[in-house]
Write a protein that binds this ligand. Structure first.
Ligand SMILES: Cc1ncc(COP(=O)(O)O)c(C=O)c1O
Length: 382
């Protein structure tokens, strides 16, 4: 029997379907009460532990993580000519938001085992123009946040975390979102919490939260929902040159439902990861390395092999779809041309890029299918 195992399949149950139908029937589609509820529940989830006082815990929803990252950089006051240190092994969104300001994305090499930014290589990249670091938590495993926060502290830099792959994730017992200045999440269709499209920024800084909130809706001083309920009036003021970055109640209804099952969905992905890792032990396949002091969401399961292209082709022939995370930013023509990056500039990222394959991992991937994938990988990997 030929199998067809997609790279990703979203986990949607009657809970999500019921929540969206209820919202459709409510008469309010765009950002409104469901979005307020989602933001509050998300904030309470992130800041569930001790830490910032309740009045200093903020969450701001967006229509994507890209939008959240953009306005996070606006909130920290990024200016033209500034520099922001990011890993080269990331999705282009992390770099692109820096360029929106006429600022420069300064690329840093990554660690071979975790694929995360190599904290030991960051400080050499700091110049008088450096304003921020954006650590990207690859596949859901958090970066070396103690080292990164210490570098930021020494040089007066802001830390905006790209947590697009996280949920749930933790570093030394601290939940993602509670460490850097601002942390941005993605709710894109394949992400651990999926709304189709969507994003969220969390912070404990009231000024950052206010800037992001105002700028996600045209720079208007209050939200559409406030204006159309008995809380509001027709009057509004535009206090900044904002954007149209708000999410909708339909997406927030999905978000609320998925937030309640993050742990359950993570456990299901963990089962798949366990099957893969046990199968690859002692073979030519290099499995992901998760540090003992971190909890990963298992958003990605990226292996490394010596015959990447051939393996991907053979898996395809056997009905298994795979992917690759990521083509390094310095290898993208736009960034190479604009900033002069060349192949070979970041040797570790190059080595990962040449060898890595992301295998299917999602809550509804059955144990049988996971064993089939692992078997085919072992059959063809070199
Ligand atoms: C590391 C990383 N950052 C940012 C993004 C952008 O997320 P979104 O599609 O929600 O804008 C992605 C999306 O794949 C990503 O993988």
């Amino acid at each position: 029997m030929t199998r067809n195992i997609p790279f990703h399949r979203v986990h949607i149950t009657d809970d999500e379907i019921g929540a969206v139908i209820e919202t459709l029937r409510s008469g309010w589609l765009t950002m409104g009460p469901k979005t307020v509820e989602f933001e509050e529940k998300f904030r309470d989830y992130i800041f569930a532990g001790p830490g910032a006082p309740p009045e200093n815990r903020f969450s701001v929803s967006f229509n994507s993580a890209t939008a959240a990252l953009h306005l996070a950089l606006k909130a920290i006051g990024l200016q033209s000519g500034d520099e922001v240190i990011i890993p080269t092994n990331t999705f282009v969104a992390t770099a692109e938001v820096v360029t929106y300001f006429g600022a420069v994305p300064v690329l840093c090499d990554v660690e071979y085992d975790t694929h995360n930014i190599d904290a030991a290589k960051i400080e050499a990249l700091v110049t008088p123009r450096t304003r921020a670091i954006i650590p990207v938590h690859y596949g859901g495993q958090m970066c070396d946040m103690d080292e990164i926060m210490a570098i930021a502290g020494r040089h007066g830099l802001r830390v905006v975390e790209d947590a697009a792959h996280c949920l749930p994730s933790a570093y030394k017992g601290r939940r993602v979102g509670t460490i850097g200045d601002i942390t941005c999440f993605s709710f894109y269709a394949t992400k651990p919490l999926a709304c189709g499209e969507g994003g969220m920024a969390v912070t404990t800084n009231p000024d950052f939260a206010r800037t992001m909130k105002i700028n996600r809706l045209h720079g208007i001083s209050r939200d559409a929902w406030d204006r159309y309920t008995d809380k509001g009036t027709w009057y509004y003021e535009v206090v900044d040159n904002g954007h149209k970055y708000n999410t909708t109640d339909l997406q927030s209804a999905l978000g609320i439902t998925q937030l309640a099952k993050l742990g359950q969905m993570q456990a299901m992905r963990q089962t798949v990861a366990g099957i893969y890792t046990a199968a690859f032990a002692g073979s030519a396949v290099i499995a992901p390395v998760i540090r003992a002091d971190r909890e990963t969401s298992w958003h990605l399961y990226a292996i490394k092999v010596n015959n990447r292209d051939a393996l991907m082709g053979k898996l395809k022939e056997n009905g298994i779809s795979t992917s690759l995370h990521f083509i390094p930013v310095h290898r993208q023509p736009y960034y190479a041309a604009r900033y002069g990056y060349k192949p070979g500039d970041y040797p570790v990222a190059e080595k990962i890029y040449a060898r890595s394959v992301s295998l299917p991992i999602y809550p509804d991937l059955s144990g049988e299918d996971a064993r089939y994938v692992a078997g085919k990988v072992l059959e063809y990997a070199e």
